[in-house]
Design a protein around this ligand. Structure first.
Ligand SMILES: [Zn+2]
Length: 304
């Protein structure tokens, strides 16, 4: 009963916000979460829930997945505005649910801050988690990124849904080993492109094997610590690839995955990584390749 009234009040507040011409950001979620931090348990979710997390590229990847699904005629509920903490996700749900907590959509697609993956999805069903990359910045002297990775790793130990992982980021690929009983692990990778290097331009990341602490060996770096790596001691890095982008052509803005050539609106390697993550994710839901190709040829950052 309590949750029913929380949702009712939030709906009224949302109407008020709309009248004032305001979007509200995470405002509704903030209040509702304060009233009941367990409110996520109340919602009745029958459609697949997809979440995207990373240090960089969350918004683009989230919005591109939503855009492809919408192009395929699906009804998508998503936090496209980038409110990616628990309160932002809750605001999106509150705006799109009935008073009894039903969410009417074919897919729920959320961008989520790395730290909130366990917070939201301990109480809310998750069907596919996409993880793009983990970067440390110069301020990360306390190992905050490492502790975020460990938090997600802990959550994944009991998770058996789809996991779409960047095979070329040693900070990400390690998550595929969190739960040996989960056979729904899908690694994506991007073939060496023209500007790959044999030395690392930026210092710092992913130098050591997370399992045996041996220095990782790189065949090449695509950018930063993203590239073809392997642990010479325990063999970490040799993962089966589900979707591989080949023929990377930044000038003509195109690449291939399987037998399809994707023409895109972007010309940087990190955007190609994001889009291969999108292709991997939507192919798990059997979205027609031609529709994906068409959607990605039109997708730009402000598509929502
Ligand atoms: Zn190792």
């Amino acid at each position: 009963m309590k949750n029913f009234f929380i949702i009712l009040i939030m709906k009224i507040l949302n109407i008020g916000l709309k009248i004032c011409g305001k979007h509200g950001g995470n405002f509704l979620g903030k209040i509702a979460y304060k009233w009941n931090p367990e409110i996520f348990k109340y919602f009745k979710v029958t459609s697949p829930v997809i979440a995207v997390t990373a240090t960089n590229g969350k918004t683009m990847t989230n919005n591109a997945i939503g855009y492809v699904l919408k192009t395929a005629g699906k009804k998508v509920v998503s936090n496209t505005e980038g409110n990616n903490m628990e309160t932002g996700i809750l605001s999106t749900i509150l705006k799109n649910c009935t008073l009894t907590g039903k969410i009417k959509a074919d897919y729920l697609v959320f961008e989520i801050d790395e730290g909130y993956v366990p917070v939201v999805f301990k109480d809310f069903p998750l069907n596919t988690l996409v993880v793009l990359d983990f970067f440390r910045d110069q301020l990360d002297r306390n190992g905050e990124v490492e502790s975020l990775i460990l938090k997600i790793n802990k959550f994944l130990k009991t998770y058996s849904g789809n996991l779409v992982l960047n095979a070329d980021d040693p900070n990400v690929a390690r998550l595929g080993l969190a739960n040996p009983d989960n056979h729904n692990i899908y690694y994506f990778s991007v073939q060496k492109y023209d500007f790959a290097t044999t030395f690392q331009k930026e210092a710092g990341e992913g130098k050591f094997c997370p399992f045996c602490k041996t220095k990782l060996e790189y065949e090449y770096y695509q950018y930063s610590h993203i590239g073809k790596f392997k642990c010479p001691n325990c063999g970490y890095g040799d993962n089966p690839i589900y979707k591989l982008a080949t023929n990377i052509d930044l000038k003509n803005r195109s690449f291939n995955v399987d037998d399809v050539t994707y023409k895109i609106r972007f010309n940087s390697i990190y955007n190609i990584y994001n889009l291969v993550a999108v292709i991997s994710c939507v192919s798990l839901y059997n979205i027609d390749k031609e529709i994906v190709k068409d959607a990605l040829s039109k997708f730009v950052l402000n598509n929502r």
